[in-house]
Design a binder for this molecule. Structure first.
Ligand code: NDP
Length: 481
């Protein structure tokens, strides 16, 4: 039977093509409430675009555990071999708006929501194991410098390099971004990383530090700047949607690196510095399972656009770490969602946990589910929700005699790991790196060029030399002294 068209209040609609007017050629009348509802709703179809990671695509799938992690964590979904957990994954570029190209030279967001039996656990990661910064104070400045010039509204390499030249901590991530891996062929052909260090804690209350790695089973495939120019703007989105529609389900092998608290204390790099990796030979990768995407969304806006990932979505057995960037994201992500989607965003189907939700929060815009008359705690009703002390994380140890204050990280070594990555690359990859940096750096001021070349030289003299030559090819007259 044909379904009847209705208003959003469910009332049947007789005519959805013609407005009510005073006669055939007369003006429209004030009783056009169906027209008004349609236009008013249309005016409100857009919600604020994400300031970063605006252009994205998402899909559902599952995570299957192949190794129990019970010795490290009590996290319910990491206990039993073969355990399957539903996931929603959203991939994105970072800097561009909703309709920008999928083939920008830009990091890719790789956000995974695990719908576990004890609540949602979100890994809000990237396709890079590190980030440009290790202090959140600098985040808005960084993003401003990488986005379009506010006067011309055009991309502006000089501003990007000016920021990088003032921040040696960005060198490692900049090297990844400017390498051959800087433009993935598709979202299926790239790795994902938690990037942050997270905490694990087990039934005995012992704490470990952990990093998640999602290694693509499709192989790494990338494109050059020139190839990217000829690809359709929405190509990566189309690739993912079609692969899943055709039953070619993309998968990633999930691995972790784990350090005990004791190992972390004597680790040669600061394990909470987001600009650094944990070298594999010091913290080997442990395979723990498979992530597979097998179902497209039914509605892009309802699901992908309104998906709200948050690093503060942590389940018992998994905690945050003292990583300063992570600490700020614990606040900033939920705050962005409250502004962009609304205070009750976790009630939307894509964000709603697959387990019971019991709390005493009340009201707010678009409340869909509300508990009964007792909206306060403690209360005297024994059958109403109460905290469970058994899910209390162990206390976080501070290093030595801790003082509250601002702590400069200027004395960190920001060059060695960038140099190690450079030396991993073959000559062809190094050539692409030189060219990609040379083209942008040639547009920067002489002072920014000089500081960047000094950073590159400290990573590896051949790195600086190669970039210098590439810059001269791009702008022969550039001041590269
Ligand atoms: P390893 O030789 O054990 O690992 C090197 C890693 O580098 C591999 O995971 C490889 O990924 C990855 N890689 C290779 N080329 C690139 C590229 N252009 N951009 C990004 N990643 C790339 O070395 P270490 O663990 O000692 O690390 C050395 C350097 O490798 C680091 O300084 C870092 O820049 C980079 N790296 C390290 C990672 C880590 O967690 N230790 C993770 C990713 C990069 P794949 O296996 O997919 O080819």
């Amino acid at each position: 039977m044909t379904q009847r068209l209705t208003t959003s209040a469910g009332c049947p609609i007789a005519d959805d093509n013609n407005s009510i007017s005073a006669g055939r050629r007369g003006p429209l009348t004030f009783d056009n409430f169906q027209l008004f509802e349609k236009l008013a709703h249309f005016n409100r179809e857009r919600i604020p675009e994400r300031v970063v990671h605006a252009r994205g695509t998402g899909a559902y799938g599952s995570f299957t555990l192949s190794r129990s992690l019970s010795e490290y964590t009590r996290a319910d979904f990491l206990q039993h071999l073969g355990d399957e957990t539903e996931v929603f994954v959203r991939f994105s570029t970072v800097g561009g708006g909703q309709d920008s190209s999928d083939y920008a030279r830009d990091p890719r967001g790789f956000a995974v929501k695990f719908y576990t039996r004890e609540g949602n656990f979100d890994v809000v990661g990237n396709n890079t194991p590190v980030f440009f910064l290790n202090d959140p104070q600098k985040f808005p400045d960084f993003v401003h410098s990488q986005k379009k010039n506010p006067r011309t509204n055009l991309p502006d390499a000089a501003r990007m390099y000016e920021f990088w030249a003032n921040h040696p901590q960005s060198l490692h991530q900049m090297t990844i971004l400017m390498s051959d891996r800087g433009i993935p062929l598709s979202y299926r052909h790239m790795n994902g990383y938690s990037s942050h260090t997270l905490g694990f804690w087990n039934e005995q209350g012992e704490r470990y530090w952990v990093k998640f790695h999602f290694k693509t089973d499709q192989g790494i495939r990338t494109v050059t700047n020139d190839e990217a120019q000829s690809l359709p703007a929405h190509g990566a989105q189309q690739d993912l949607v079609e692969a899943i529609d055709f039953g070619e389900f993309p998968s990633w092998t999930v691995k972790v690196q784990i350090l005990s608290e004791e190992q972390a204390r004597s680790f040669p790099v600061n394990p909470f510095d987001l600009t650094k990796v944990w070298p594999h030979k010091l913290a080997p990768l442990i395979e723990i399972g498979k992530l597979t995407l097998n179902r497209n969304v039914d509605n892009y806006f309802a699901e992908t656009e309104q998906a709200t990932f948050a690093p503060s979505n942590l389940v018992p057995g998994i905690s945050a770490s003292p990583d300063k960037m992570l600490q700020a994201r614990l606040l900033a992500y939920q705050d962005a969602h409250r502004y962009r989607v609304g205070v009750n965003h976790n009630q939307l189907a894509v964000n709603a946990p697959r387990c019971p939700v019991n709390h005493y929060q009340s009201d707010g815009s678009s409340t869909g589910i509300q508990n009964g008359e007792v909206n306060y705690y403690p209360n005297d009703q024994r059958d109403l929700p109460r905290p469970d002390p058994s899910v209390q994380a162990p206390p976080l140890p501070l290093l030595g005699d801790a003082w509250v204050g601002t702590f400069s990280q200027d004395d960190e070594d920001y060059f060695s790991q960038a140099g190690e990555l450079f030396r991993l690359m073959n000559p062809e990859q190094q050539g692409q790196l030189f060219d990609n940096i040379g083209g942008g750096l040639a547009q920067a001021t002489p002072s920014a060029q000089e500081r960047m070349l000094d950073f590159l030289n400290r990573a590896d003299p051949n790195y600086a030399q190669g970039v210098l030559q590439a810059m001269r090819q791009h702008v022969p007259a550039a001041n590269t002294a």
